[in-house]
Design a protein around this ligand. Structure first.
Ligand code: BGC
Length: 392
C-alpha cells in the first residue's frame, strides 16, 4: 500500500506499545533519571532496571509472536545513542539494529519512536525544549538514527506526545523540568512542532521508505457549566494546533485513554463515574471520539498508537479493550482510514511519576526476577484481533 511514495504495511497493524525508558532499565544519562532523585520530585519511586528489556527484548518479541500480533511499537533512547553532544555510540546503535532485526526475523513490523519523554542530560542542561538549538539537535539525532536503522524501520514516530511533554513539564510542573508557566508552555509547544519537522525531514533524507508521523495525546472533553472556555483554550493549545500542523506527514498517531471534565475552576480531579487506577474516568469511548475528531481535521491516515488502561483488575481491562475495539470497528466501518491499533502496554512498566503501581500491561512483570506472565487480557486481546471483522 503506497501513500506519497512511502510504504505502509500491507496488513492492518495489530500491536502493543512500549517505550525505551519505561522498559529498558538503566536510563541514567537522562533528565528523568535525575528528576526521579531530585528534591521535590513528583516521582513515587525510581525507574531502576525497569523491565530489563535492554537485555530481555527477545523475550518481549517472542511474547508478541506468541499472541499472534504483527506489530510492535518501541522507542530508541537519544541518551544512549548520543550520550554527549556530537558523540554517537556505535554499540547502542548496533544494539537497536539487532533489536529491529529481531523484529524482522519474527515478521513483526517495528514501529520506532525516536523521542519518548526523555532527554539526554546534556540536552536538558542546554535548556531542553527551550534551547534555541533544540530542533537542529533533534534533526541531527534523527539523521543518525535514519542512517543506521532506516532500512529496518516499519513506521516511525518522531516525538511521542509532544503536547504532554509541554503540558506536564511546563504547565502542570509534574514532568522535568517541572515548570508552571503558560507562556513557556506555549513556546515549548511551538518548539516541539519545529523539532518534529526537523526530525521528519531528516528521516526522509535517509534510507528507507516508511511512513513518518507524530503521536499526540488526545482526549474526549466535557465542559461543565462555566468550563467551556477553558476546554476550548486547552484543546486548542494541546491538540488543534498540532493537528493543523501535521498535513505534510504520512500519518498521525492518536493516543487516548479517557475523557477530561472541566469546570469553571479547571480540571475536575475526580469526576463522577467509574475511575481507573490512575484516577482517570473509565472511558473507552474516547477511542471512537478521538479518531472521529482527528479525521474531521486532517486528511492523512490515522494510527491509534496507544490506548489502554492502568488497572489491577484484568477483567476491567478486558471490558475496556472490548469497548475500545467496538469504537475502532465503528470508525473503520464508516470508512475512516485507520491503519493500526496499538494497545498500551505489552508490559507492566515504569509509569513515570506514578512509578510501578499502575498496571497498564497485558503481561505482568515480576519486579525481582523480571519474569513475564501473560494475563488473561493478553489472550483476550490476541483473540479479539483475530476475530475483528473489518480491517484485514
Ligand atoms: C505515554 C506513556 C504512558 C501512558 C499511560 C502515554 O501518555 O505515552 O508513556 O505510560 O500514556 O499513562
Amino acid at each position: 500500500m503506497t501513500q506519497r511514495g512511502v510504504h505502509f504495511p500491507e496488513r492492518f497493524s495489530w500491536g502493543t506499545s512500549t517505550s525505551g525508558y519505561q522498559t529498558e532499565g538503566g536510563g541514567s544519562n537522562t533528565d528523568w533519571w535525575r528528576y526521579e532523585r531530585a528534591e521535590g520530585t513528583h516521582c513515587a519511586e525510581v525507574s531502576g532496571d525497569a523491565c530489563d528489556s535492554w537485555n530481555r527484548y527477545e523475550q518481549d518479541l517472542d511474547l508478541i509472536v506468541g499472541l499472534g500480533l504483527n506489530s510492535y511499537r518501541l522507542s530508541v533512547e537519544w541518551a544512549r545513542i548520543e550520550p554527549q553532544r556530537g558523540e554517537f555510540d556505535s554499540n547502542a546503535l548496533a544494539h537497536y539494529q539487532e533489536m529491529l532485526e529481531a523484529c524482522h526475523a519474527r515478521d513483526i513490523v517495528a514501529v520506532v519512536t525516536l523521542h519518548h519523554f526523555t532527554l539526554p542530560l546534556w540536552v536538558a542542561d542546554l535548556g531542553g525544549f527551550e534551547c534555541p538549538e533544540i530542533a537542529t539537535l533533534m534533526g541531527i539525532y534523527a539523521r543518525v538514527v535514519g542512517d543506521a536503522l532506516g532500512d529496518l524501520i516499519g513506521i516511525a514516530c518522531t516525538v511521542n506526545e509532544p503536547n504532554i511533554v509541554a503540558l506536564m513539564g511546563y504547565l502542570m510542573g509534574l514532568f522535568p523540568p517541572a515548570q508552571s508557566d503558560w507562556k513557556r508552555f506555549s513556546k515549548v509547544n511551538v518548539a516541539l512542532r519545529a523539532c518534529h519537522v526537523a526530525m521528519r525531514d531528516a528521516l526522509r533524507s535517509t534510507p528507507g521508505e516508511y511512513p513518518i508521523g507524530i503521536t499526540l495525546s488526545m482526549h474526549e472533553y466535557e465542559a461543565l457549566p462555566g468550563g467551556e472556555e477553558l476546554v476550548e483554550s486547552i484543546r486548542n493549545e494541546t491538540e488543534d494546533e498540532y493537528l493543523r500542523a501535521v498535513g505534510d506527514d504520512d500519518f498521525v498517531g492518536v493516543q487516548c485513554y479517557t475523557k477530561l471534565v472541566f469546570g469553571p475552576d479547571g480540571l475536575v480531579a475526580h469526576p463522577e463515574g467509574e475511575l481507573t487506577e490512575m484516577g482517570y474516568l473509565f472511558w473507552p469511548q474516547s477511542v471512537e471520539f478521538t479518531i472521529r475528531r482527528t479525521a474531521s481535521m486532517v486528511d492523512i491516515p490515522i494510527i491509534m498508537t496507544e490506548n489502554g488502561i492502568g488497572t489491577d483488575d484484568d477483567e476491567q481491562r478486558i471490558r475496556y479493550l472490548s469497548q475500545a475495539l467496538d469504537g475502532l470497528s465503528n470508525v473503520i466501518a464508516d470508512g475512516i482510514d485507520v491503519r493500526g491499533y496499538f494497545q498500551w502496554s505489552l508490559l507492566d512498566n515504569f509509569e513515570w511519576t506514578f512509578g510501578y503501581r499502575p498496571k497498564f500491561g497485558i503481561v505482568a512483570v515480576d519486579r525481582t526476577t523480571f519474569e513475564r506472565t501473560p494475563k488473561p487480557s493478553a489472550h483476550w486481546y490476541a483473540e479479539a484481533t483475530r476475530t475483528f471483522t473489518t480491517p484485514r
